[in-house]
Ligand binder design. Structure first.
Ligand SMILES: Nc1nc2c(c(=O)[nH]1)N[C@H]1C(S)=C(S)[C@@H](COP(=O)(O)O)O[C@H]1N2
Ligand SMILES: [Mo]
Length: 191
């Protein structure tokens, strides 16, 4: 269901990638991403692994989640209003909880460290390198339990580029509604 990359495979993959780059005299470094596995088609937008969301950082299983993977998780639908440069926006979003997406990657929280989860943050990155962060305590049901979603549709349609968008109930401004989502990175400060 989910594409996980075990550490051993990652090392082998890295070795192959490096060999390829060396063999092609560096030309492969800018090669197009894999075009093999084409995923689901939703409302005319073809979604494939090139548009998968990477989940990495302090997790036991790194994931690459396609639109289809995100659609298979429990869905929530919420209507939200936020302020943007072009005025007030109201849209209905559907997608899995950010919490559920991260849980699938198995966060590496250490039970020996008091409230270790509460020092973690999730950084969402868009394809334009735009970033915004969320504290674990905002989305954890034991704390704020906010229904931050990784939305796969807005007003019933996927985004034109087929990528999800993070949406944040309670935020007045749209600044953390990271669109064209490419990665979710979990991290904690060095101890
Ligand atoms: N990837 C990405 N997402 C982004 C931004 C951006 O520059 N890049 N701008 C943010 C800001 S500042 C706002 S106000 C909203 C604007 O949302 P809209 O595109 O629906 O108007 O998107 C947010 N998400
Ligand atoms: Mo904004």
């Amino acid at each position: 269901m989910f594409t996980t990359v075990p550490r051993s495979r990652r090392i082998i993959g890295l070795a192959i990638a490096l060999t390829t780059v060396v063999a092609l005299g560096g030309a492969a470094a800018h090669a197009a991403p894999s075009t093999t596995s084409v995923g689901a088609e939703t409302a005319g937008v073809t979604v494939d692994h090139r548009r998968a969301v990477r989940v990495d950082g302090a997790v036991a299983r790194r994931l690459q989640l396609t639109h289809a993977d995100l659609a298979r998780l429990p869905q929530q639908t919420i209507t939200l209003t936020y302020q943007s440069g072009s005025g007030s926006q109201t849209h209905t979003y559907t997608g899995p909880l950010l919490l559920d997406v991260l849980d699938r990657a198995q966060p590496r929280f250490d039970a020996q460290i008091k409230n270790h989860k509460l020092r973690h943050v999730v950084t969402a990155t868009g394809s334009d390198r735009y970033q915004a962060a969320f504290a674990w305590g905002e989305i954890d049901p034991d704390f704020e339990g906010k229904t931050v979603l990784v939305a796969i549709t807005e007003d019933g349609q996927p985004a034109a580029d087929g990528r999800p968008r993070v949406v944040v109930p309670g935020d007045k401004h749209g600044g953390r509604y990271v669109s064209s989502l490419v990665s979710l990175h979990l991290s904690a400060p060095r101890r």
